[in-house]
Design a protein around this ligand. Structure first.
Ligand code: F6P
Length: 327
């Protein structure tokens, strides 16, 4: 029989993502609606280890749905990787009589949650919050849509100057080892090409494509580079291209952490609200050690082990379409 849940804790961990605040708000309000007490843990697993828990009431999460970042702060904890760190974290939860936790984060967060929930009897539910969209078990992660929109806005501006000077721009976007941000950004900005970690496009293939563009009278071009591409980052790739193909004056722009900030889009606010709400309902239904996600517009639950280990494939139709439309 599953234990009775009376007090829960919520935290954000790993890289922040726009929409995390909306998810915290949904967790706190759904819990309060169901007469649960909620504690917020500061700085993710770091705060759990150091016992940084504080009661969160419905009013504490007012006026945050539109804010980027995370009101609970976040961290990438090295100490939680150790058994000693996890023991300290468990003792903190015991000290506050916490019956269950909701973890908002990405791959690293759920890897920690998976290990922790096997070692200690604390039900954990994960809410996918990362701009990378690289978690299996959900079509979208919180923050991805906002990050893509930020990248689009930046690339639109770069296009203006690339066009004016007839230049070739390599624009690097985030995504760690996955190409979701890069692919969506490329399609939405009409980029000449996109380099994603999932496909090891060689420098020769890229140059061949650029030459074809020149033949079709492309006076300028923008190439979107995912940071995890096997040929290197935008600067390295631009250098290699320049050495073999100097038709264009070549420039590099790295969008970087701009993609992690800003007010979440409507899509991310809605997604975060649905997932935060469903995470509390999942706990009340006795679920444990799963990530709540959205698949084909329905709530689904995926064990942590699968969410972190299974590869989430890119939509191959989108990859093909990006190539065709960039002709
Ligand atoms: O996971 C989100 C992410 O922004 C990745 O896209 C990127 O590789 C990484 O975090 C950067 O991490 P940090 O902010 O710790 O440098």
């Amino acid at each position: 029989m599953s234990r009775e849940i009376k007090r829960i804790a919520v935290f954000t961990s790993g890289g922040d993502a726009p929409g995390m605040n909306a998810a915290i708000r949904a967790v706190v309000r759904t819990a309060a609606y169901n007469d649960l007490h909620v504690y917020g843990i500061s700085r993710g697993y770091e705060g759990m280890i150091d016992g940084e828990l504080a009661r969160l009431d419905v009013r504490d999460v007012g006026n945050i749905i539109h804010r980027g970042g995370t009101m609970l702060k976040t961290a990438r904890s090295q100490r939680f990787i150790t058994a000693e760190g996890r023991k300290m974290a468990y003792e903190s939860l015991l000290a506050y009589d916490i019956d269950a936790c909701i973890a908002i984060g990405g791959n690293g967060t759920f890897t920690g949650a998976d290990i922790f929930s096997r070692e200690y009897d604390i039900p954990m539910i994960g809410v996918p919050g990362t701009i990378d969209n690289d978690l299996y078990g959900t079509d979208f992660t919180i923050g991805f849509d906002t990050a893509v929109n930020t990248a689009i806005e930046a690339v639109d501006k770069i296009r203006d100057t690339a066009d004016s000077h007839n230049r070739l721009f390599f624009v690097e976007v985030m995504g760690r080892n996955s190409g979701f941000i890069a692919l969506s950004t490329a399609i939405c900005t009409g980029a000449g090409s996109v380099l994603i970690p999932e496909i090891d496009t060689s420098i020769e293939e890229l140059i061949d494509l650029l030459r074809k563009g020149v033949k079709r009278k492309k006076l300028f071009s923008v190439v979107i580079v995912a940071e995890g591409h096997p040929q290197g980052g935008a600067a390295q790739i631009a250098q290699k291209v320049k050495e073999a193909f100097d038709y264009y004056d070549t420039k590099v722009a790295i969008i970087g952490h701009l993609q992690r900030g800003g007010s979440p889009t409507g899509f991310d606010r809605l997604l975060a609200s649905r997932l935060g709400f469903s995470a509390v309902e999942a706990l009340l239904q006795g679920k444990s050690n799963v990530m709540v996600g959205l698949v084909h517009d329905s709530i689904s639950y995926t064990p942590f082990a699968e969410a972190i280990k299974q590869d989430k494939p890119l939509n191959s139709d989108l990859v093909r379409m990006a190539e065709v439309l960039a002709i």
